[in-house]
Ligand binder design. Sequence first.
Ligand code: AP5
Ligand code: ZN
Ligand code: ZN
Length: 213
Amino acid sequence: KRLILVGPPGSGKGTQSPIIKDEYCLCHLATGDMLRAAVAAKTPLGVKAKEAMDKGELVSDSLVVGIINEALNKPSCHKGFILDGFPRTVVQAEKLDEMLEKRGIKVDKVLNFAIDDAILEERITGRWIHPVSGRSYHTKFAPPKVPGVDDVTGEPLIQRKDDTAAVLKSRLEAFHRQTEPVIDYYGKKSILTNLHAEKPPQEVKAEVQKALL
Ligand code: AP5
Ligand code: ZN
Ligand code: ZN
């Protein structure tokens, strides 16, 4: 399967991804995770992306299209993939169509994590992540077994630099202005499924599984 997950910050894309990935043996390509790794490693890509990310703005289309194009060449992504956080602009969606066409494949399904903005601040400010794996926790909704520590590796959890109420505002603005048109783009192609992303994780998971039957 070839899937796209789209939705505002904190809507649950990164939470559902590992579940889908394990169930269908797909590769998980999260542009946000890849960019954060590049920023942490201070690579040329990371240096270019950091300023926009810290402000909650989108990084340039050409940068993210480049990293996705490269990632799609990995053998582990040939059978299927989950794109988490990409495409986020109509230009990116069009570029993706071109990249897939060249490879003779297409997107099977787009899952839209539909949710009211009002719920997102609590989700974002309570999030703690394990930066290496991308696993996320929440102090109230998904606490780790030991506070501040990753369940799997025992390594410390951190908070994302952009997970503040103030930066969330810019991220939401970018979502409504630049990413909502992407949802319409896929709606017209009739491959879009709307999820009730405000429900508890287990119920969202059930909706995802139903959509992928
Ligand atoms: P990115 O990392 O993609 O961030 P985002 O889109 O803002 O999404 P989040 O990761 O914040 O939300 P999520 O939906 O994954 O939520 P999660 O499941 O963790 O992008 C970061 C930045 O990188 C962008 O701002 C931009 O600068 C740049 N970038 C990335 N891609 C780009 C692109 N294509 N083009 C240009 N720039 C790009 O859940 C959140 C919290 O809620 C967690 O604590 C979780 O435990 C909890 N939670 C999850 N589900 C539930 C539930 N059902 N009920 C209760 N709590 C829940
Ligand atoms: Zn995420
Ligand atoms: Zn809107």
